[in-house]
Design a protein around this ligand. Structure first.
Ligand code: GLN
Length: 185
């Protein structure tokens, strides 16, 4: 079963999207609940607020330990930001996927957009909803780019970590969620 980190941001939308495709999920509010799930979704929201909420309960260590067990993590938007490489100004990033990002790369809320990304492993092009989205500015050699939009990486994977700059929860796509489940998650 999937768990969805329910501290901040769009966790409810992810739960609805999974429900739509017949998948039960559990909202996760405490690190000890991670033991009950096989995959974790870290939703979009506001990465600074999320990191601040994570600090008191040592979520960083708990999520790193979860990933080290080989369990799947899907991180979207703010979730992708916090899993990227730590930087001198963002030391708290978890560094679970070897990418660097620029936050709010396309501008403010009003510059949010919808695009059609390249196909996901042969599945039809993927609708990409970006809301104050980050841009991936560096991709390490162990990271696969699964979907891109105008040559920008939009969906990436490093082993059991899958990260999207966009919101799959806002345009729930059957192929995307089926792919996620097949990847065992
Ligand atoms: N702009 C947000 C941030 O920097 C991310 C936006 C989102 O998750 N939709 O954290």
């Amino acid at each position: 079963m999937f768990g969805i980190l329910a501290l901040q941001g769009g966790f409810g939308l992810h739960q609805k999207a999974l429900e739509r495709f017949g998948m039960q999920s559990q909202l996760i509010k405490k690190p000890e609940e991670l033991g009950q799930i096989q995959g974790l979704i870290i939703p979009g929201g506001e990465s600074t607020a999320l990191l601040n909420l994570m600090k008191p309960l040592n979520w960083k260590e708990a999520i790193i330990a979860f990933a080290q067990q080989g369990k799947l993590i899907l991180a979207t938007c703010a979730g992708l930001i916090i899993l990227s490489r730590p930087t001198p100004v963002a030391r708290d990033y978890l560094g679970l996927i070897d990418i660097e990002v620029k936050r709010n790369a396309y501008g403010r809320q009003i510059n949010s957009f919808v695009g059609l990304g390249t196909s996901l492993l042969g599945i039809s092009p993927l609708k990409i909803v970006c809301i104050r989205a980050p841009e991936v500015t560096f991709v390490g050699q162990d990271v696969e780019v699964l979907v891109s939009l105008e040559d920008r990486p939009m969906l990436l994977r490093q082993n059991n970590i899958v990260a999207a700059t966009f919101h799959p929860d806002l345009s729930p796509n059957h192929s995307f969620y089926r792919w996620l489940i097949l990847n065992k998650i």
